[in-house]
Unconditional design. Sequence first.
Length: 215
Amino acid sequence: MNELIDAFSKVAVASVADAVDKVCGQRGYMAACIKPRINDKRICGPAATVLEAATDEFVPPQHALDLIDEAPAGSVICISIEGGEPDVAVWGGLMTAGAVANGHAGAVLDGGVRDLTEIRRDYGFPVYARDVSPGTTLGRYRTVASQVPVRIAGVMVHPGDIVVGDVDGVVVVPQARAAEVLAMAQEIDQRELEQAKLIIAEKSLRKGLAKYGRI
């Protein structure tokens, strides 16, 4: 797995998205609302998932807190929410401190993040989220499960799936097809590099398209 993660960290996220389309026959990229909210750092790692559901109870997000300590180092913590109002923060400064302490690669949130100044100043930890909000989940959401399949911004995420993201967006690679997706993404990267060189050398986009057929 470590070799796969290292290799995925070196290919374009757009190429990974195209490769998932071709290899898996399904969309792997999340809706554009899932954006980097702290910095432009790339994320790449196996998914560790949390499901939250609407409630009026004032309870801590226990499954998320436990998972931050228990997930393998290098994980991408992926939090999904069901029902309720989505514009509340499911992640903040203390959870970031825990994630940094445990060596995690980033967080992907179907809700909001808060404590941006603290996270930027003290940790530089990459968080990709639907929005930014000062609001708490207490009295609005509770965690109901961890390490279960979840849906974030239109894409299913299973524990262990490879999550890659940068300023282009976030893509989920099904674990069972990861090697095939990687090979295809690497091929796409190489072909685009050659095509770009040809376009520059020939001073013609049409010639590049004619030879490589990719846009």
